[in-house]
Design a protein around this ligand. Structure first.
Ligand code: FES
Length: 168
């Protein structure tokens, strides 16, 4: 036979413990203020890098899209009979310098599926290795393979000591 034991309710002695945590509104306000500040700081520390990570590519692309003109100093031009590929705003471009020193510039993005084209000096043509697309090196016209359209052409202006490429 078991007997249930009963214990007296635990109550603090009167007057004791009341002064351990005083009900001070100013102190409570200070603690809540500190916790709020810590929460805001913590949220900012997480949110700011995330914002930069997400916003940077979009902002950068928007800035690059505004680029419509670019200068290339004469000493950075390709040798006659060769070409150079360079970043022009958001896209790559190809500047071809003919053996006669005439220069043409096109988007270097293939109009088929967007691979970067290249200049083949030995055949004097623009070639896309992805699917064998061929473009005329003087006009950018698509002449063989799957590309459906010519390459976009950019205007080339020769100035004193430099070449200026224009995309209008
Ligand atoms: S992407 Fe250039 S030929 Fe297909």
């Amino acid at each position: 036979m078991s007997e249930e034991k009963s214990y007296p309710e635990a109550t603090p002695p009167e007057g004791e413990g009341d002064d351990l945590v005083p009900d001070d509104p100013a102190r409570r306000k200070l603690i809540w203020g500190g916790m709020g500040l810590a929460a805001v700081t913590y949220a900012g520390a997480i949110a700011y890098p995330l914002y930069r990570f997400l916003a940077d590519p979009a902002e950068e692309a928007a800035e690059l899209a505004k680029v419509t003109e670019m200068e290339i100093p004469d000493d950075e031009l390709p040798e006659p009979g060769s070409a150079t590929i360079f970043q022009f705003g958001i896209r790559k471009a190809i500047l071809i310098r003919g053996a006669d020193d005439a220069m043409v510039c096109f988007s270097a993005i293939c109009t088929h599926l967007g691979c970067t084209v290249d200049y083949q000096e030995d055949q004097d043509r623009i070639y896309c290795a992805c699917h064998g697309g061929v473009y005329d090196a003087e006009t950018g016209q698509n002449v063989a393979g799957p590309p459906p359209r010519p390459l976009e052409e950019y205007r080339v202006e020769r100035a004193d000591g430099k070449v200026i490429i224009h995309r209008s």
